[in-house]
Design a protein around this ligand. Structure first.
Ligand code: 5GP
Length: 188
């Protein structure tokens, strides 16, 4: 059976990645890899769905047991991709979506060169700032930290296979563009 495609998706915090991926994941050819993190859950986030929210000790144990495919430290917390789920799904022919930051994306791309990397960019930095502040899920210091990080991340957009601008109010369009890129890769 043909293996699934590993789809790496990055984009600065507040660029609307979550909504774009929600549309993409309505297509049953894709499954979402739930990451593990040591950060606290935001309101509405569910353990095992949004993330596996685990302690620092547990994360370090998973790391030493080889259960994590790639990981990073982002704004003082660990984030990592559980290995088993990704391998099982790809083996079954299902495309797996990894929503990860730029460092993890580069690591995975080096490890698995057949993966397709997609960078979702906001229409502008001003737009991103408005979205992050408007979201109201982080305090001022965290927003400032995430904006500084976003500026760094934007510089890496050209290193991805595909860059997609998430225009305001058109996340379905961005999702359709991603699906098209995956389909094109499958036929190569
Ligand atoms: P947030 O705290 O906003 O949910 O995520 C912060 C950043 O961590 C985002 O850029 C997100 O894509 C990234 N991230 C989430 N899970 C993982 C993971 O498993 N590995 C890596 N490398 N980054 C992750």
């Amino acid at each position: 059976m043909e293996k699934g495609i590993l789809l790496i998706v990055s984009g600065p915090s507040g660029c609307g990645k979550g909504t774009v991926l929600k549309y993409l994941l309505e297509n049953k050819e894709y499954s979402y890899s739930v990451s593990a993190t040591t950060r606290n859950p935001r309101e509405g986030e569910i353990h095992g769905v949004s993330y596996f929210f685990i302690s620092r000790e547990e994360f370090e144990a998973w790391l030493s047991q080889g259960k994590i495919l790639e990981h990073t430290v982002y704004c003082d917390n660990y984030y990592g991709t559980p290995r088993a789920f990704v391998e099982e799904q790809l083996e079954k022919g299902v495309n797996v979506v990894l929503e990860i930051e730029t460092e993890g994306a580069a690591n995975i791309k080096a490890l698995m060169p057949h993966a397709l990397s997609v960078f979702i960019a906001p229409p502008s930095m001003e737009d991103l700032e408005n979205r992050l502040v408007g979201r109201g899920t982080e305090d001022e210091a965290t927003v400032a930290k995430r904006l500084a990080k976003a500026r760094e991340e934007m510089k890496l957009a050209p290193t991805y296979d595909v860059v997609i601008v998430n225009e305001d109010g058109a996340p379905e369009k961005a999702a359709a563009q991603i699906h098209k890129a995956v389909t094109a890769k499958k036929t190569v």
